[in-house]
Design a protein. Structure first.
Length: 505
């Protein structure tokens, strides 16, 4: 492959290939089987193209890779500025990895408006990738808001009983919070004359924005609120369980696997990147909220009678680990935060697929409706156990590495943070294994459960790649951390300078 000719357009290609596929589906005749095949081919092609990013990534370089910067709109001064580093690259690959699995898991479960479903799924993929590749704040905000529409429609049209309520709640919560970020972006443009992230970051760092110190705290909070609601960080989490429970399986997978990571990615890229002093100043209360989220999310998950709601609250707990790692301002903490993002996307995405498979057979998520499923569904039970152990942080699986690094970083920052966060690991093992025991062991209390079919071909093709990824990430985390580490060092550079100024000569 000629990397010189492909590198300038590779990010654009990965970002807009799903959108091109969606446009192709719009023009295609309404033949459901053909729609599914084209969607799978497009999503697999996008994943294959996205693998160019890590294969030809220069890990020793901390600058943005595959960068493209072209004037787009002259007034206001908006550029088509795209690029990735070790932080955003793996989130792009995670998105392209999960989307074909979403197509497979929806192969037999979506019966009505099949064409519209897969069009929305592919548009969603382009919007998500655009968030992680945009280096112009206007472009970033455009993609950020663009994710809302297809996800709200996926929930509102293809969801379950209270789907419209959940879709509206999701849309209103996340859109209203984003207005504060828009106000902060417009202030930065008014005082710098550009939306370019790199230019704004350098201007702030060099003191070239005279009125910045007076507005810095408000700007930090404007960005932070939008990201905190998206994570969702306690106490902004109340939209999440409703959205997850009512969403179709593919919607839940993308929501947990990628959409929530937009919030933690935003904190790492923009809160720490543009406002390092304010990040340091506000870290104490952010970390307290993260710790509450870790413990509260786990305890609430423990008492859920609904399997999907339990997995949703587990996301609140796991994403608390990510925020804790980011605001520890340590190498281990940030590396761990990035790894937890990726591991959570794989394992929780798989948990939602597995929950959806049960719903297809019994049309319920209530844990009390099951029991003794290990006998009639041995392949399903084994797959579920593997993913549960990965999510609970068993060593040699993906959940362990990130949580270990985050706890390491939290202990370096303050011992009490590490001690409290470590209890979250214990709680997660309790609620996940207790759920597993109630669903798969004991007597079969409902006769219909005896005749439930084991995993089918499309279901295996969706779940088993997640299990394989969980194993590889746990055994060989260095494959991911090699690229993440230089980007994290670059993100931490301003904090090292601040520390040296405080210590003095």
């Amino acid at each position: 492959m000629n990397t010189d000719s492909l590198s300038p357009i590779i990010v654009t290609l990965v970002t807009f290939l799903p959108l091109a596929g969606a446009l192709l589906l719009m023009l295609a005749p309404r033949r459901d089987r053909d729609i599914r095949i084209v969607s799978l081919v497009i999503s697999l092609l996008t994943f294959a193209v996205s693998l160019h990013l890590p294969v030809y990534f220069h890990r020793e370089h901390t600058a943005f890779h595959y960068e493209i910067n072209r004037p787009w709109i002259s007034s206001p001064n908006i550029h088509y500025h795209m690029g990735i580093d070790g932080i955003s690259m793996w989130l792009v690959v995670l998105t392209t990895f999960l989307t074909p699995l979403c197509v497979l898991i929806s192969w037999k479960s979506i019966h009505e408006r099949v064409k519209e479903f897969f069009i929305l799924l592919l548009i969603m993929e382009t919007a998500l990738i655009g968030v992680f590749t945009s280096l112009d704040l206007f472009l970033f905000y455009f993609f950020w808001e663009a994710t809302l529409i297809p996800m709200a429609l996926l929930i509102g049209i293809f969801g379950h009983e209270r789907k419209v309520y959940a879709a509206v709640k999701f849309f209103m919560y996340t859109m209203i919070a984003s207005v504060f970020m828009l106000a902060a972006i417009l202030w930065l443009y008014a005082h710098t004359g550009t939306f370019d992230f790199v230019a704004i970051r350098d201007a702030i760092a060099s003191g070239a924005v005279p009125s910045f110190p007076a507005a810095a705290q408000w700007l930090f909070l404007g960005f932070f609120l939008a990201f905190a609601v998206k994570v969702p960080l306690f106490p902004f989490h109340t939209w999440l369980p409703d959205a997850h429970v009512e969403a179709p399986t593919a919607g839940s997978v993308l929501l947990a696997g990628v959409l929530l990571k937009m919030g933690t990615y935003g904190m790492l890229r923009f809160n720490l990147g543009l406002f390092p002093e304010q990040s340091r100043h506000n870290a104490w209360w952010v970390m307290i909220l993260a710790l509450i989220g870790i413990i509260y999310g786990a305890l609430v998950a423990m008492v859920q009678p609904n399997m999907k709601k339990l997995i949703a609250y587990s996301s609140v707990s796991h994403l608390g680990f990510v925020v804790l790692g980011i605001f520890s301002f340590t190498q281990a903490g940030l590396n761990g935060a990035m790894f937890v993002m990726l591991a959570h996307g794989i394992s929780t995405g798989a948990l939602f697929m597995l929950a959806g498979i049960l719903h297809e057979r019994r049309h319920t998520y209530e844990i009390s409706e099951f029991g003794g499923l290990a006998a009639p569904m041995p392949g399903y039970a084994a797959s579920y156990l593997f993913i549960v152990l990965a999510s609970a942080g068993l060593p040699l699986l993906n959940g362990f590495v990130g949580e270990f690094l985050v706890l390491n970083g939290a202990f370096q920052d303050r011992a009490i943070y590490g001690i409290l966060a470590a209890t979250g690991v214990i709680w997660s093992a309790i609620y996940l294994l207790w759920m597993y025991q109630r669903v798969f062991y004991g007597k079969v209390t409902h006769a219909v459960n005896n005749s439930m079919a084991d995993l089918g071909g499309f279901e295996k093709a969706a779940v088993w790649p997640c299990a394989a990824a969980a194993l590889v990430m746990g055994v060989a985390p260095i494959l991911w951390l090699n690229a993440i580490n230089p980007a994290v060092q670059s993100a931490l550079a301003p904090f090292a300078q601040m520390a040296s100024r405080m210590v003095g000569p």
